[in-house]
Ligand binder design. Structure first.
Ligand SMILES: NC(=O)c1ccc[n+]([C@@H]2O[C@H](COP(=O)([O-])OP(=O)(O)OC[C@H]3O[C@@H](n4cnc5c(N)ncnc54)[C@H](O)[C@@H]3O)[C@@H](O)[C@H]2O)c1
Ligand SMILES: O=C(O)C[C@H](O)C(=O)O
Length: 327
């Protein structure tokens, strides 16, 4: 019999594509472990409540041993009350022909309001992952409206980019994904992101050896990873859903249960001012999870090739930050 207390996980946009692809795996224990009971709160806009009710019915029908409760709510204050995890997925997704900049104004109000509610009612150990785009800046907005929550509890999803980079590297080298470690995605979850393989290991090969083929690196690897989201929108007519849900679960799983030994992952979190990245900017870094908190891997040599690309993505983050109003 399981004697651990259930933890409350609030999922916003629960009736949407990523929400739907996430909640069943959370209920099955893939995110917090197979010994951790979970109470799910599904937050939706009023017009999407019927869809969320249907999802809740299906969760019931899964008879998940770890799932202790499911609540469908349209009131953020009730949804985040006592929550230990906030998966902030609900947002307006980018559709064909829409620029990310268009999303800034539409979404910053949502994340300001949710940050403020999290500040007021969430559990003291609240950990937030922002998935809704533009994810880095939305996380910065939410954090800015939650002054009583430590800023490093607000993160944004770049694990999908990290996983995409590993998959492309595996395809290129013929290695299994399990043989690949120490990949880093720097910067923004956007086309300016920089997937860095200079410190990676692929079996017994070094990433810098693989990166020596600059034509492949510049013309194939980096743009394939950085533009994968757009390629998926073009192919599917809507943005990635199952892979985004998978990455969200990977992110929280590693945050709570730790990163692989001798490896790291990529997470966007407020910069403490390392690697020349301005303090407070929600930027993707190489990180390890230690005792339930993210620690940036410091001291990596950044060559000129990498520096220019990191700086370009950081410049974009700065312009996004300037475009949204924060207190
Ligand atoms: N960071 C990443 O790696 C990544 C990857 C893929 C998609 N995304 C982003 O994730 C977001 C969700 O994508 P999706 O495909 O699930 O979209 P979707 O349109 O299928 O679902 C979004 C859901 O959010 C709900 N919603 C909107 N505003 C809300 C609010 N204020 N409170 C609660 N719910 C709200 C909508 O009613 C809808 O059901 C989009 O912004 C998309 O661009 C991010
Ligand atoms: O919605 C998008 O803009 C794309 C999405 O963030 C993705 O990376 O798949």
């Amino acid at each position: 019999m399981n004697r651990r207390m259930p933890v409350t996980v609030t999922v916003t946009g629960a009736a949407g594509s990523i929400g739907y692809a996430s909640v069943f795996r959370i209920a099955a224990g893939a995110m917090l472990g197979h010994d951790q009971p979970v109470g799910l709160r599904l937050l939706e806009l009023p017009q999407a409540i019927p869809g969320a009710v249907g999802t809740a019915m299906e969760l019931d029908d899964g008879a998940f041993p770890l799932l202790t409760s499911v609540d469908v709510l349209d009131d953020p204050r009730k949804a985040f009350d006592g929550a230990s995890f906030g998966l902030l997925i609900g947002a307006r997704p980018r559709t064909k022909g829409m620029e990310r900049a268009d999303l800034l104004a539409a979404n910053s109000d949502i994340f300001a309001a949710q940050g403020s509610v999290i500040n007021d009612v969430a559990a003291d150990d609240i950990r937030v992952i922002v998935v809704g785009n533009p994810a880095n800046t939305n996380a910065a907005v939410a954090a800015a409206h939650a002054p009583e929550v430590p800023a490093d509890r607000f993160t944004a999803l770049t694990r999908l980019d990290h996983n995409r980079a590993i998959a492309q590297l595996a395809r290129r080298t013929g290695a299994s994904v399990t043989e690949i470690s120490r990949v880093t995605v720097w910067g923004n979850h956007s086309a300016t992101q920089y997937p860095d393989i200079f410190h990676a290991r692929v079996g017994d090969r070094s990433g810098s050896d693989i990166a020596a083929d600059r034509d492949w690196l510049v013309d194939d690897f980096i743009p394939t990873v950085a533009r994968r989201g757009t390629a998926i929108i073009e192919a599917r007519g809507s943005s990635s859903a199952a892979s985004a849900a998978n990455a969200t679960i990977d992110h929280v799983h590693d945050w709570v249960l730790g990163t692989r030994p001798d490896d790291w992952t990529s997470v966007a979190l407020p910069s403490p001012g390392v690697y020349g990245i301005p303090e407070g900017l929600v930027c993707s870094f190489p990180v390890r999870s230690v005792d339930g908190g993210w620690q940036i891997v410091e001291g990596l040599d950044i060559n000129d090739f990498s520096r220019a690309r990191i700086d370009a993505s950081v410049a974009e983050l700065q312009s996004e930050r300037e475009a949204v109003r924060t207190p």
